[in-house]
Each structure stands twice: as structure tokens, then as C-alpha cells.
Design a protein around this ligand. Structure first.
Ligand SMILES: Cc1cc2nc3c(=O)[nH]c(=O)nc-3n(C[C@H](O)[C@H](O)[C@H](O)COP(=O)(O)OP(=O)(O)OC[C@H]3O[C@@H](n4cnc5c(N)ncnc54)[C@H](O)[C@@H]3O)c2cc1C
Length: 183
């Protein structure tokens, strides 16, 4: 089945995307589309506006320093799966990434979309809970705020993010004993 008609909005910054979410109450963020588009095809739910994050630069990165990992929300799962640094320093994440669906889904689906969808059958939420990840979200009245993984996942398909908030970064303190970055 095809999706119903929707307007595709392509902001070039997070600020512009937040403005669009505030303006259109029925808008939905679109990342890799691997969960959202199949849902729209069922027509169980309809969003007349999709705010795509694809044209916003700087949202895809894996940054590892001495004791912290930072992930951009638009980092695709396959980039995590094949990150040599992550394989060495946080293999639970690369292993989890490799278990997700198939290469086509992993090349399109993003880590931000995987956690934001809050599907209990997704692989990233339990890993993020176990790693005590923190989610930086942008938008809303407070501008930017940080949510602990234990508070982020509220219910099935429901997170602590408000409609006008966008997941901006995932950070993880590397567990004690994790191999160190080469000096
Ligand atoms: C055939 C198939 C098999 C799959 N199998 C698995 C599997 O085994 N394991 C698994 O974990 N997943 C699986 N998935 C889901 C896949 O991993 C999705 O890609 C992922 O859950 C969503 O990522 P996305 O980038 O595609 O997000 P989208 O589909 O674009 O968005 C998903 C949701 O997150 C919201 N969102 C996205 N990015 C942000 C952001 N930055 N801030 C706020 N909200 C945001 C969207 O509004 C939407 O509600 C499968 C999908 C398919 C099609």
C-alpha cells in the first residue's frame, strides 16, 4: 500500500526543523524512514508533514575520546557496525548493530531513529539502557536538555521527548576497563 499524501520538509538546521515542528502540530520527524515509512504505508497513522533531518549537516558522527562516546543521531547503523574503534572499545554496540535486520535496513536506519521510535523489539534501546546512555534533545521551552536512558523510554512507542524536541546527540561514558584510545 502507498502512504497517504504528505508534504516533505527539508530544513537545513536543527533550529529550522524545531521551528517547523512548532508551526505544524501534525508534523513528524523523518530520519532513515525504515520504521516510519512502513508505518505510514499501513495508514494506521497519518502525518501530513514530514520534517526530514537528512539535509541538516553535522548530525552523523561517531566520536570517541578517552572516556566518552558521542553519537550523532543520523549515524546509520552500518557505520556503527563497521566502526573499528567501537569494535575495540565498545563491542557490545557493534555487535548489537550487526544483529539489526539486514544490510539494506542498516544502511538507511539511524541510531537516533532506532531509539526515538521506542519500539520494544528494537535492538538499540536495551543496549542504551545497559550503557546508561544520555540523550541530548533540542527544542522545547528549555532549549537543550539531557535525558537519561532510564527516563527516555516511557512506554511502547513513547519517549520523554516532546513534539517539538529533536534528539541531537547520544553520549555514553565508557565502562571502566574498556580498552583505551591509542595515545
Ligand atoms: C524489514 C525491517 C526489519 C527491521 N528489523 C529490525 C531489527 O531487527 N532490530 C531493530 O532494532 N530494528 C529493526 N528495524 C527498524 C530499523 O532499525 C529502523 O531503521 C529504526 O528503528 C528507525 O530508524 P530510522 O532512521 O529509519 O527512523 P525513522 O523510521 O525515520 O523514524 C522512526 C521514529 O523516530 C523518530 N525520529 C527519528 N529521528 C529522530 C530524532 N533525531 N529526534 C526525534 N525523533 C526522531 C521519527 O519521528 C519516527 O517516529 C527493522 C526495519 C525494517 C524495515
Amino acid at each position: 500500500m502507498r502512504t497517504q499524501y504528505f508534504e516533505y520538509l527539508a530544513p537545513s538546521s536543527i533550529e529550522e526543523a524545531v521551528k517547523m515542528l512548532k508551526e505544524y502540530e501534525e508534523a513528524k520527524i523523518l530520519a532513515g524512514g525504515q520504521s516510519l515509512i512502513p508505518l505510514l504505508k499501513t495508514r494506521i497513522t497519518v502525518f501530513p508533514y514530514l520534517v526530514s533531518l537528512s539535509s541538516i549537516p553535522g548530525l552523523s558522527y561517531i566520536s570517541l575520546d578517552k572516556d566518552k562516546l558521542r553519537l550523532g543521531p543520523m549515524t546509520v547503523v552500518s557505520d556503527i557496525e563497521y566502526s573499528g574503534d567501537l569494535m575495540k572499545r565498545l563491542p557490545v554496540l557493534t555487535e548489537a548493530a550487526s544483529q539489526i535486520a539486514d544490510p539494506l535496513v542498516r544502511n538507511m536506519g539511524t541510531v537516533g531513529g532506532n531509539v526515538s521510535h521506542a519500539d520494544p523489539s528494537n535492538d538499540m534501546p536495551p543496549v542504551m539502557l545497559a550503557l546508561r546512555a544520555r540523550f541530548t534533545v533540542q527544542g522545547g521551552p528549555s532549549g537543550t536538555r539531557e535525558i537519561r536512558a532510564s527516563d527516555f523510554f516511557v512506554d511502547t512507542f513513547q519517549t520523554a521527548m516532546n513534539h517539538d524536541e529533536i534528539l541531537r546527540e547520544i553520549s555514553v561514558d565508557l565502562p571502566e576497563g574498556a580498552p583505551q584510545a591509542p595515545t
